[in-house]
Write a protein that binds this ligand. Sequence first.
Ligand code: PHE
Length: 447
Amino acid sequence: MANNIRGFNSKFGTIMAATGGAVGLGNIWRFPYTAGSNGGGAFLIIYFLFVLFLGLPVMLSEETIGRRAQKNVLGAFKVLAPKHKIWMVPGLISIVTAIVIYSFYSVVAGWTLNYIIASASGLLSGKSPDEITEFFNTFTSNSIFPLIYQFIFLLLTIFIINRGVKDGIEKCTKILMPILLLLLIVMCIRSLTLEGAYKGVEFLFKPDFSKLDGNSILDALGQAMFSLSIGMGALITYGSYMLKQDNLFTTSLWIAGADTLVAILSGIAIFPAVFAFGLEPTSGPSLVYIVLPNVFNSMSGGTIFAVVFFILLTIAALTSTISLLEVPVLWANESFSWGRRKASLIFSALVFVLGIFCSLSFGCLSNFTICGKTVFDLFDFITANLLMPIGAIFFTLLIGWYLPKADVYDELSNSGAIKPKLFNIFYFIIRYIAPLALLVVLISGLL
Ligand code: PHE
């Protein structure tokens, strides 16, 4: 069905590409430790509610903006709100956000590459917990090696982006995402069949509301936004590639559903194994890089599972970095007629320079702080707590207040070809609830 000149070829390809963008380090690296440090089960319930009532409607709004305008993230606002320059703001914020996220995200993605090699070559096997911690600290604080891996990761992403939207992004995510799911299921089976696994399952699914506080709620929302890739225009960009005959409601349900499923499966792959070996689930960002290698060391066939796990993490990260780089690439392509190659090289070079500061945050720049945060933490904080909620507020205001309701309905009903039953609920949330809720989050995140 090669009827879409601009973007993706099929609904399946669309869902794979967008789910690939959403499923990433956020699901497999960040979700388990965020859920772990917020008490597990109770956090999961709040997280679900945010995905359903805020994440999904914002995702749908972004897709509507992109598909209606058929343009990049800045161009879309120029098309839909040509008279008011203020609407350039969310477009510009989105481009900056994509570049900033990419620069710290690619650091962690680079670590993952190193862990594939270290696990495959047996460097981690037979090591004591202290030695594994030291391996992580020595590697991440080194000034050169992490940068080399980050560089390789940027090249991989450029390679795919250069092949174009259909032959690069769509084709590659259509192959990688099913592999990712398969590897994840293998990991879940291994984890669940360990003795004592039930304690991890209980931790993940049995809600203990006493562990929740105001911060957990903020964490849940931040995690939901980051994980669904909303509030920074990736889904406006991909939305502009979506087929006119696709039902955007079902497309969004698939993406959000698959993203949430992968987060839960990651929890199932990680917590039962962590508990089975008597380790702590709440160890923060190092859960995946320190606790898990210990788990692998203690299980039979651990080396293979370690390699499988870090390949899985690399795939997840790669399909996300593709969606991050595509945001500025399409913008430069449509605004200044830069070719994809030129655009991807220039933005990747910029990301690499910023990435150097992020990477060195774990080494020689660990004492260099701005507002008490290292560059890495600052970039994470600015994007998740500031730029993404601001972006999302603009998107909801455009759909809920600025554009005529009839236009929004026209886009979501494919000009009357389908009758989206949930339209009124969606519109109500986007007009009243989402902007207010996001504003509350934005303000409390800054306090
Ligand atoms: N959603 C991705 C993840 O969970 C991260 C991401 C955020 C990717 C924003 C693109 C845009 O890892």
